[in-house]
Structures are given as structure tokens and as C-alpha cells.
Design a protein around this ligand. Structure first.
Ligand SMILES: [Zn+2]
Length: 447
């Protein structure tokens, strides 16, 4: 029998509403402990701290973390498998490790993320906290339609089970099978990527199923792409399904439960009891105050198998530590995109998410898009391909001009060209995760 009060909006009220002063005091204690643990047990940190001339005892305030060196994805790749199977960033013997997830390897060799039993249990408790925050209760039926194989989002389903929901381990099933499950078992919550949520809703309609009337989905959790934080994209999915969409953020390097939206959908609350957030300038590495946009740098405060001290995530965004209307005191992160996906046109930083926001707000187009980034006359340019709705009577030239003007107004730089396709003319409707940016540049513009 589940005894938790389903009307309490908090999973762990004391933790979630803790005054910031107290939260930061706890962060400092955990930071001191984890930095010392990393230095004493992970060969990489011993070496790099010694080289930088810093010691765990140098930490007296949270800001003292700024004295310590950064690490990034390359550090993980270069140290895994060195000295031991789990490598030089790992701080526990292999027999203490109960689970490893791995990254997709889309930008290089896949990196492993190891968990001790305690790391894993805390990961799942945090996951339960986010599910509860997004409105899941023990009387919900939940379909977990995320990839289970190797990825860190797979085990998140255990957080829903621990909360008491009835869980259906969907994984990446073909759409027909998933629709069969939605129709037959009438689940109330599903988690998938934003692009797939859209495509699944469209496929349902083509199969004669009205997602609003014939299915019972009330909430859709999305992750893996930025759509859940783009208001126009979230609204389009919500209108299609008659359900509320919540954005969610996990990181294969840490765990699948880093941050999630609350009912106000204004940024994603991050688990500050697990993660210390810094923001640094993407060009200079200079520390930025809360509220300013830069690369997010995370230090894990409680993960012992492989502590990450000042890990540059590659995600660009900012943290807002001001109070949220929901009463939670943990800060909210706002993410603009991956550093790797950002491109610079006429000195303007352009994120694919900005372009998506414009395309999804326009009438008369389907919302599908493809971005090409290329060089012309040694200058970076971008073009956008879109689809015109089949019932839109406007000429292709008029649609192209409208899109171009809207992009110029929002982003500040016009696309080199807008290509208009008929409805269904773009090959971007892949299962589960879509590829919508093609970088044709030959020069290395990596920052
Ligand atoms: Zn909130």
C-alpha cells in the first residue's frame, strides 16, 4: 500500500524547498568531501591537481572550485581504460561498480559512466522526484519509450516504478506497436523525444486514432532534443495530443536525472544537491554570474564511482537562481543548444533551436525543417529548407520570403536561401530522433 500523500506537490519537500543559504552550505560540505575523495582515489585528479598546484584543503567556499582545472569529454576518452578497465577518473574499485551507461558516441568514442549501488539508488530517487514534480502519481500508467540499450535514460523507468506508477517498458518500439500499446493499455504518461512525440501523434491520426479522444495520454515527457523548451514546439505537441509537455534533461556523463520542468515550464529545475553549476564564457573560459549565457560546467557532488570535477558539458545556457513560483528553491537551467551545433554568421551566434522556434510559430508551414551550414566566399552561411502546408495557397516565393524575414527578425541574420518543399517533401521524419542540421563546412570552426 502506497502511503505517500498524492496531494503533496513535493517528493521531498524539505530538500526541494530548502532555503538557498542552507542548500549552498550543504553543497559546500559535499564539495569538500568529493574533491578530497577524487584526489585520494582517482589517479587523474591526483595528477592534475598537483600540476595545477591546488589541494582539496583549498576549498573554503563554493567559489574556490574556480581554482581547479576543467575537464571535458576528451579527458574522459583519454583516461578510460588507462590503468584499469574503468580508467583514471574512476575513484572506486571495479567490484563496487554495479552499472555502466555509455554515451551514443555521435561525436567520437563512446564514454562510459560508472555507478556504485549508492550512486544508482540516488539517481533513481532523483528521477522519482522529477516524475513527481511533473505530476506522476502511483495511479498513473506510464510508458517509457526511450532506448534501454546502454543509454543512461533507460534506467529512469525504475524511478517511476519506485514512485508506484504502473510501468510499461516500451523502449524504441516501431510506431505501430507503440500505438497498439497506447490504444490497448490506455497509459496516462509517455516519455519520448519531442520530434518523435510529434511524429507519433501524426501517425496516430493517419491510422484513424485521434490522440485527444481515443487515447488517455495526459502528460508527455520529452528529452534528447531541445523541443520541450521551445514554446512553439511544446505548444504544437500539446495541441496535437491534448496533453501537457514537460522538458527533461539528463547527461550520459552524470546520470539520466539532472533537471526537469515544473508546472510553470520556465526553465528546468536542476538537482543542485547533486550538481554544482558554473557558467563560463565559451571563448575565454571566464566565469560568468548567474543569468548570463555561457557553457555550463558541472561538478558532481555525490557520485563516487566517477566524480566529475568542473566538467565542461558542451551545453550552452544559463542558470536562474531566483525563486520559482512553484516554491522549489533549486535553480533553473535554460539551455540554448550544444556548443557543437552553434554556428556563427556575421558575428551572431546562431542555434538551431532559434531557427526551430521561428519555423514552428509560422502559419502555413508544417514545422519540419532542415538547416544547412556552409561556406561561401570564406564566410559561414546557413540555408533553411521547410515544407509548405498542402492547403496553403501562397506561392513558394512568398513563403520563402516570409520565412526569411521572420528569421532575420528573430536571429538578426537572414538565411542565404530558403528552399520550400511540399508537405512530406523533407526526409526528416525519422523514428525517435531526427537529424535536422547538416554542416557542410570544410574548415574547423569548433570553438
Ligand atoms: Zn518551479
Amino acid at each position: 500500500m502506497n502511503t505517500r500523500d498524492i496531494n503533496n506537490k513535493f517528493w521531498n519537500e524539505e530538500l526541494e524547498t530548502m532555503p538557498r543559504e542552507e542548500l549552498e552550505k550543504n553543497q559546500l560540505e559535499d564539495l569538500k568531501e568529493i574533491v578530497k575523495f577524487a584526489y585520494d582515489n582517482a589517479p587523474y585528479y591526483k595528477r592534475s591537481f598537483d600540476e595545477a598546484g591546488v589541494k582539496p584543503e583549498d576549498i573554503h567556499a563554493l567559489a574556490d572550485i574556480q581554482k581547479f582545472p576543467f575537464i571535458n569529454k576528451t579527458t574522459q576518452r583519454d583516461t578510460q581504460g588507462v590503468g584499469s578497465f574503468l580508467g583514471e577518473l574512476c575513484a572506486v574499485p571495479e567490484e563496487d561498480v554495479v552499472f555502466i551507461s555509455t554515451s551514443s558516441g555521435s561525436t567520437g568514442v563512446p564514454t562510459m559512466s560508472p555507478f556504485t549501488k549508492k550512486d544508482f539508488d540516488e539517481f533513481q530517487d532523483t528521477e522519482s522526484r522529477w516524475f513527481w514534480q511533473m505530476g506522476m502519481r502511483p495511479n498513473d500508467r506510464y510508458v517509457h519509450a526511450l532506448n534501454f540499450s546502454l543509454y543512461v535514460g533507460g534506467p529512469d523507468v525504475i524511478g517511476a516504478q519506485n514512485l508506484g506508477a504502473l510501468c510499461i517498458w516500451g523502449g524504441t518500439l516501431p510506431s505501430e506497436r507503440l500505438l497498439f500499446i497506447l490504444k490497448t493499455y490506455q497509459p496516462t504518461i509517455i516519455w519520448t523525444s519531442p520530434s518523435y512525440a510529434w511524429q507519433l501523434g501524426e501517425k496516430a491520426k493517419k491510422a484513424g486514432i485521434d490522440p485527444k479522444k481515443d487515447l488517455s495520454i495526459k502528460k508527455i515527457i520529452v528529452a534528447g532534443e531541445l523541443g520541450g523548451s521551445i514554446d512553439a514546439t511544446r505548444k504544437a505537441i500539446e495541441d496535437l495530443w491534448g496533453a501537457e509537455v514537460y522538458d527533461f534533461y539528463g547527461l550520459s556523463d552524470i546520470f539520466g536525472a539532472c533537471a526537469a520542468q515544473c508546472e510553470y515550464h520556465d526553465g528546468l529545475h536542476i538537482a543542485e544537491n547533486h550538481i554544482l553549476v558554473e557558467t563560463v564564457d565559451i571563448h575565454t573560459g571566464e566565469i560568468l554570474p548567474p543569468g548570463e549565457v555561457g557553457e555550463l560546467v558541472f561538478t558532481t557532488l555525490r557520485k563516487h564511482a566517477r566524480p566529475l570535477i568542473r566538467f565542461k558539458t558542451g551545453d550552452i545556457g544559463y542558470i536562474d537562481n531566483t525563486p520559482c513560483k512553484c516554491g522549489r528553491t533549486h535553480g533553473r537551467i535554460h539551455i540554448s543548444g550544444r556548443k557543437d551545433d552553434m554556428f556563427i554568421v556575421s558575428a551572431v551566434n546562431v542555434f538551431p533551436s532559434d531557427i526551430e522556434a521561428v519555423i514552428r510559430e509560422l502559419d502555413g508551414v508544417t514545422g519540419e525543417y532542415l538547416i544547412r551550414v556552409f561556406e561561401k566566399d570564406f564566410t559561414c552561411k546557413y540555408s533553411v529548407e521547410i515544407e509548405k502546408n498542402s492547403d496553403n495557397p501562397a506561392s513558394d516565393d512568398f513563403v520563402a520570403e516570409t520565412v526569411s524575414a521572420a528569421l532575420k527578425a528573430r536571429i538578426g541574420v537572414k538565411p542565404y536561401k530558403v528552399v520550400v518543399h511540399p508537405d512530406g517533401g523533407l526526409d526528416t521524419r525519422s523514428e525517435h530522433k531526427s537529424k535536422r542540421i547538416i554542416d557542410e563546412r570544410k574548415l574547423d570552426y569548433t570553438i
